[in-house]
Design a protein around this ligand. Structure first.
Ligand SMILES: Nc1ncnc2c1ncn2[C@@H]1O[C@H](COP(=O)(O)OP(=O)(O)OP(=O)(O)O)[C@@H](O)[C@H]1O
Length: 550
């Protein structure tokens, strides 16, 4: 069938993608203020504050930080005594500080605006290899790179190069054969103080001889005037003259701030020393040209606690907490996105509060809310509907819930899956909620038959607790006296089809080869349940599908 363009409710579906950067961040006034308080230090040219931002998923941490950094960048343009550089790193796929340092360094090495680093770091690589280098080497390259993110190395050099091209505008222009890099270098290394010249600098012939011989050229073939013909005798004065004539701010008058943002920093786990090394880099003499600081972002509460135990007051670590969105805030965010994403009149206004309510139930996750709108739009398009309606949102929500449950369930190991099948069996027999004690005999039997081994009641209690924490099971208090489990369990969302799919998968970890977890007993019970359902259905003439058994 030839492809033909479909009618679509979308005007700009980009506005519902995960990397879309909104013009305004809604409903986060307090949090934005707290971030701006931290960043204000840089505008005020005062000691930077290190920050740790915590909040559950989708509470707008990343978008708020990025938004405020943009604002700060704009604000900073009004002040020429500060230079501010940010580096953003998502640590999602990194498992140590070593990897984070490599990734950050490579990000800088790949960035055209920092092309000077390739010369200045004097490393043999275009980018650092992902493994193989000693940790100390990686750290020293990384901090060296940070130390070169300065005004002098960027804007100043550019302006100076331009000034040198127009040097004939000076009253007494010197006859120069060197560029901005050499001039800056010379101004810092008077001839009698020079050990070696970096390989990336290019001086006229004879310069190195002059350097080696210091001021005495008697044993060379060069005369001093010959060598100095392309080199200013007093580079410091020439620089000062160029700065004044061409209105260039001297690097001595500029403070360089470098802020490293480590998003999802909990992913680098316990080997997270970078988070502490960056703020201390100046005190530990790892950098001398910049004032470094760090912003760590995480949604892991356990990580937040570990940070608190590792930091002391010398770190000046300010903590900012992002609260969950309420339904109104989610509604505002969704309204903003829906207006951008959908064509005029292509969505029913009711979808916004409905999607907000669903997302609120998911813990106030804005990412979930926006994705719901996107999925609903795609559903409307595929159904050939001009307008996105409430039904599309509900369907999208169910689909997302199924995906979520499938994801967590398929990660369970074989023992946990057997426990899940036992709960399902009891559920089919109307015997839930059920206690650990009551389900243990069936667990023991099925686990023995299917997996050839059983575990203790205590382990089964652990499985139940884990599945409760994953949101697969509901749990109620049912204290049964000393030594008895205090809880009873039942399935949270009863989607037998999905559980069967997970149980039927061939290779869950811990399974003997060639078997699956669908016990004959479970299948029989399910069949009689389905028969019962169809009998009820026939009797009541309802249209419910076999998929929604319960
Ligand atoms: N206040 C807001 N205004 C507009 N868009 C928002 C707002 N909050 C979140 N979003 C959007 O929701 C999505 C998730 O936000 P963000 O990535 O900032 O959350 P997060 O708290 O960093 O989540 P995680 O911890 O999972 O990384 C993004 O697409 C973002 O643009």
């Amino acid at each position: 069938m030839p492809f033909e363009r479909k009618e679509s409710p979308f005007d700009n579906d980009e506005a519902l993608t995960k990397d879309y950067m909104p013009d305004t961040v809604l409903g986060r006034d307090e949090e934005l203020d707290e971030i701006s308080e931290v960043l204000q230090q840089l505008i005020d040219n005062e000691a930077p504050i290190n920050t740790f931002i915590y909040g559950v998923s989708g509470t707008g941490k990343t978008v708020s930080v990025k938004y405020q950094l943009q604002e700060l960048k704009q604000g900073a343009q009004n002040y020429d005594d500060i230079s501010i550089t940010f580096i953003y790193q998502n640590c999602e796929s990194l498992s140590s500080s070593y990897q984070a340092a490599i990734s950050l360094t490579n990000q800088l090495l790949k960035d055209d605006q920092y092309a000077h680093l390739h010369d200045q770091l004097e490393i043999d690589y275009e980018t650092l290899p992902s493994s193989g280098l000693p940790k100390d080497t990686v750290y020293s390259i990384f901090f060296d790179a940070l130390d070169h993110l300065t005004y002098e190395d960027t804007a100043y050099r550019e302006q100076l190069s331009e000034a040198l091209e127009n040097i004939d505008q000076l009253e007494n222009p010197p006859d120069l054969q060197i560029g901005a890099d050499e001039l800056i270098w010379l101004s810092k290394h008077p001839f009698d103080d020079v050990e070696s010249v970096p390989s990336y600098l290019s001086f006229p012939p004879g310069f190195e001889l002059l350097v080696d011989a210091e001021t005495d050229l008697s044993n060379t073939d060069y005369s001093r005037s010959e060598v100095l013909s392309g080199i200013p005798e007093d580079p410091t004065t020439l620089l000062a003259e160029l700065e004044t004539e061409f209105d260039i701010r001297s690097p001595d008058e500029v403070t360089n701030y470098v802020t490293v943002v480590l998003d999802e920093v909990d992913r680098i786990g316990s080997r997270d020393e970078l988070l502490y090394e960056i703020p201390r880099a100046q005190a530990n003499n790892r950098v001398s040209n910049i004032r470094p600081s760090v912003i760590g972002i995480s949604n892991d509460v356990a990580y937040k606690e570990s940070i608190q135990s590792k930091t002391d007051s010398s770190l000046r670590l300010k903590e900012i907490t992002f609260r969950r969105y309420d339904a109104n805030q989610l509604g505002e965010i969704l309204h903003q996105r829906a207006e951008l994403a959908f064509k005029d009149g292509a969505y029913d206004d009711e979808i916004v509060p409905l999607a907000a309510a669903h997302a609120r139930q998911q813990g106030g996750d804005a990412r979930f809310a926006i994705d719901l709108l996107h999925k609903a739009g795609v559903k409307a398009k595929n159904d050939g509907d001009d307008v996105v309606q409430k039904d599309h949102i509900d369907e999208a929500n169910e689909e997302k819930e199924r995906d979520r449950i499938y994801e967590v369930t398929s990660d369970l190991d074989a023992q946990q899956k057997v426990t899940l099948s036992v709960i399902m069996l009891h559920d089919l027999r109307d015997e839930t909620p059920i206690s650990r004690e009551s389900l243990y005999p069936k667990y023991k039997q099925l686990s023995g038959e299917l997996l050839d081994k059983t575990t203790s009641k205590r382990r089964v209690a652990d499985y139940l607790k884990e599945m409760y924490q994953l949101g697969l099971l509901n749990r109620k208090d049912n204290y049964g006296g000393p030594g008895k489990s205090g809880y009873v369990y039942e399935l949270d969302t009863v989607d037998y089809e999905m559980i069967l799919r997970v149980l039927g998968e061939t290779d869950p970890s811990g399974m003997p080869e060639g078997s699956d977890l669908l016990s004959t007993e479970l299948i029989d019970e399910l069949e009689s349940f389905a028969d019962g359902k169809s009998a009820v259905r026939e009797a009541t003439q309802t249209q419910s599908s076999v998929d929604s058994w319960k």
